[in-house]
Design a protein around this ligand. Structure first.
Ligand code: SF4
Length: 438
């Protein structure tokens, strides 16, 4: 069998895409390998959201070019958002590339590209409907108990810092019956947790005929799952976080008590310049409504510091938002200008030094808040899906995630990944909990 070395950068959508790529290429006789030296094909599934990931791709390409010099039969390709964004320009810059293919439906054209049928992604943005799961090669899933389920692709929001609408194209939702068939299959295979994926997952269904809503899809999945599996979803846009969705999260047994709701900034002036289409108060009102309906819900968010024009008082408003909302966890990043996006051309870019300083202040504050939030779990019994084995640094025999998506290390009993167990929480830290058998 031919060997495929597949390297994934960036978000969960890319991880899910890599599983699809591996599935598509398995049908062509490729099996995965960890070792680049023994590969016949090396694919980098790229991300263009942050500059750092992009630089890493270029540096790896240099390494793999050397391998290709030693082994001219080796094929090297770029997939994902960077491939879509730069398209044929990549071939000019890296002439030894054998394949450049964007994300989404273009994944299914990789075999055709490898056979020399089509060379590069069709620019601009991909608009094809997503292929039906029931007729597509199955993804080669990386886990036997947790699965990604892509329910939509693309985004119509055009936040001024984000390249996704240009690389993944406009919103396209999968028909509900196709998604339900995939969930049904996962249930039969014994999966314990699914995560519904979309760039704006809760905008699901707007382009379907008849139009449907994400909350309806959740209800249909819950009816199929019968509370037997955990259902998560990411990422939500606050604009689409409707009362109906809050009701679904509160009422459906399979839907976990964790919501990832990216806010990005705490200042209305920055939110306006980011084109996020909500105000700080509107965001807070949604969080209050969610917490009223699901008092135990865990909340996580994304934040950007140093967006162009962010004044000190704007940054202070982000800090006060953190103090008021008290997120359980955050993903915080320094703003990095991305090609194609309006904010990259804003004149009032912030220096790296200020960005770093603000990020450190933000992370310090969040560390204190997360510790306080986690201490509130002490003495509680949590349902944990075991994901990892023994960890000598933690002095634990296994680790896993609660329904609230908190990481728990166990110290007393031995469990295997995929087991669902109950843990009494005995210790709390900023980024994890420790527990034992109740
Ligand atoms: S909502 Fe904004 S940040 Fe999220 S994918 Fe769309 S454009 Fe990007």
């Amino acid at each position: 069998m031919a060997k495929l070395k597949l390297i994934t950068f960036g978000c969960q959508a890319n991880e899910a895409d890599s599983e699809k790529i591996a599935g598509v290429l398995a049908q062509e006789g490729f099996e995965l390998t960890e070792t680049a030296e023994e590969a016949d094909l090396i694919l980098l599934n790229t991300c263009s959201i942050r500059e750092k990931a992009e630089q890493k791709v270029y540096s790896l390409l240099g390494t793999f070019q050397k391998l290709k010099t030693q082994n001219p039969q080796l094929k090297i390709g770029l997939c994902g958002c960077l491939a879509q964004r730069d398209g044929v320009r990549l071939k000019d810059r890296f002439p030894y590339l054998d394949l450049v293919a964007g994300p989404g439906a273009l994944i299914y054209r990789i075999p055709e590209i490898l056979k020399g049928g089509t060379a590069y992604p069709v620019l601009p943005r991909p608009k094809e409907p997503l292929p039906l799961y029931v007729h597509s090669p199955r993804p080669r899933r990386g886990s036997t108990f947790k699965a990604w389920v892509s329910i939509m692709e693309g985004c119509n929001y055009f936040c001024t810092f984000c390249v996704v609408p240009y690389t993944r194209g406009p919103e396209r939702s999968r028909p509900p019956e196709d998604i339900l068939a995939e969930v049904q299959e996962l249930l039969q295979q014994g999966y314990k947790e699914i995560t519904l994926l979309g760039q704006t997952v809760n905008a699901y269904g707007k382009n379907l005929k008849p139009r449907t809503q994400f909350a309806h899809l959740l209800r249909a999945i819950d009816a199929v799952a019968g509370g037997e599996i955990r259902v998560r979803f990411t990422s939500s846009h606050p604009r689409d976080f409707t009362p109906d969705l809050i009701e679904a999260v509160a009422g459906l047994k399979s839907v976990c008590e964790h919501v990832h709701l990216p806010v990005q900034a705490g200042s209305d002036s920055v939110l306006r310049r980011m084109r996020r289409l909500y105000t700080r108060e509107e965001y807070r009102a949604k969080v209050c409504a969610l917490r009223r309906a699901v008092p135990d819900v865990a909340l996580s968010t994304d934040l950007i510091v140093g967006f162009p024009g962010e004044r000190e008082e704007d940054f202070q408003e982000t800090l006060t938002l953190l103090q008021e909302v008290r997120f359980d966890s955050i993903y915080a990043f320094k703003y990095s200008p991305r090609p194609l996006t309006p904010a990259a051309a804003y004149p009032d870019q912030i220096s790296e030094e200020i960005k770093t300083e603000r990020l450190n202040i933000l992370l310090r504050l969040q560390g204190e808040i997360a510790l306080e939030q986690n201490r509130r779990r002490l003495g509680k019994i949590e349902e944990v899906l075991v994901e990892g084995g023994p960890n000598s640094k933690m002095g634990s025999s296994a680790s896993g995630r609660t329904r609230r998506n908190q990481l728990v290390h166990f110290s007393q009993e031995f469990f295997v990944p995929g087991d669902t167990v109950f843990a009494l929480i005995t210790e709390a830290y900023s980024h994890y909990l420790k527990g034992k058998s109740p």
